[in-house]
Structures are given as structure tokens and as C-alpha cells.
Write a protein that binds this ligand. Structure first.
Ligand SMILES: [Zn+2]
Length: 116
């Protein structure tokens, strides 16, 4: 399952982070799953529930899946406009263009980790 290997990647990332911060326990993990990442949030969550208890570090960790912060870039002036939600901006605040590309919604982003 695709999601399982992603969760494994996340676990490796968490282990590294905890080591950097000399943390002993991960309490909560906030993850954004992009709309076009091809990842099913339920499967990801299931994978997390299956793998987290296997390591002492993540045994009590809770996974919080957040809707992604969508970011749009203007094709004309390259102004980056951050938007939350599904709607793209009507026009560029900088040059008024309506030609946008979207950024960062095909990824899983580790937003925030609470540890101790
Ligand atoms: Zn613009």
C-alpha cells in the first residue's frame, strides 16, 4: 500500500526530528495532505495507527490531518498568494491577472510536531 510507505517515511522523519530536539516522546503530529497527492487520508491514518505503537517514541502519538493551505502563484508577475480552502483568488493582488498555477497541493507536508 502506497500510504504505508509514506507513513514509514514520516516515522523516519519524526525519529530524526526527535533526535535533533532530544525529545523522548512524540505527542501529536499535524500533517497536511494535498488534494492531488493521490493519498487517501483514511489509509494514511490507518497506517499511522498501525505503525506508531511499534516504536516507543511514537507510541502515544496522535495524528492530526489538516486540510492543506493552498498556495497560488501568478503566472504573469510570479506573485505568491496564499489561500486556505478550495477557491483560488479571483485576480492577482499585484497585477490583476487571472492566470494562476497552484503550489504545494500534491504533497504531504509535516506541519507541526508536538514532542517532549
Ligand atoms: Zn500578478
Amino acid at each position: 500500500m502506497h500510504e504505508f510507505s509514506l507513513v514509514q517515511g514520516l516515522m523516519e522523519q519524526l525519529t530524526k526530528l526527535a533526535a535533533e530536539h532530544e525529545a523522548k516522546r512524540i505527542l501529536r503530529v499535524h500533517v497536511e495532505i494535498g488534494r492531488f497527492s493521490g493519498v487517501v487520508a483514511d489509509s494514511f491514518s490507518f497506517g499511522f495507527t498501525a505503525l506508531a505503537p511499534l516504536a516507543p517514541l511514537t507510541r502515544d502519538a496522535k495524528l492530526v490531518i489538516m486540510s492543506p493551505t493552498l498556495q497560488y502563484g501568478c503566472r504573469v508577475c510570479d506573485q505568491r498568494t496564499v489561500k486556505t480552502g478550495d477557491a483560488q483568488p479571483e485576480h492577482c493582488p499585484c497585477c490583476g491577472s487571472q492566470d494562476f498555477f497552484s503550489l504545494g497541493d500534491d504533497d504531504i507536508i509535516l506541519q507541526q510536531v508536538e514532542m517532549e
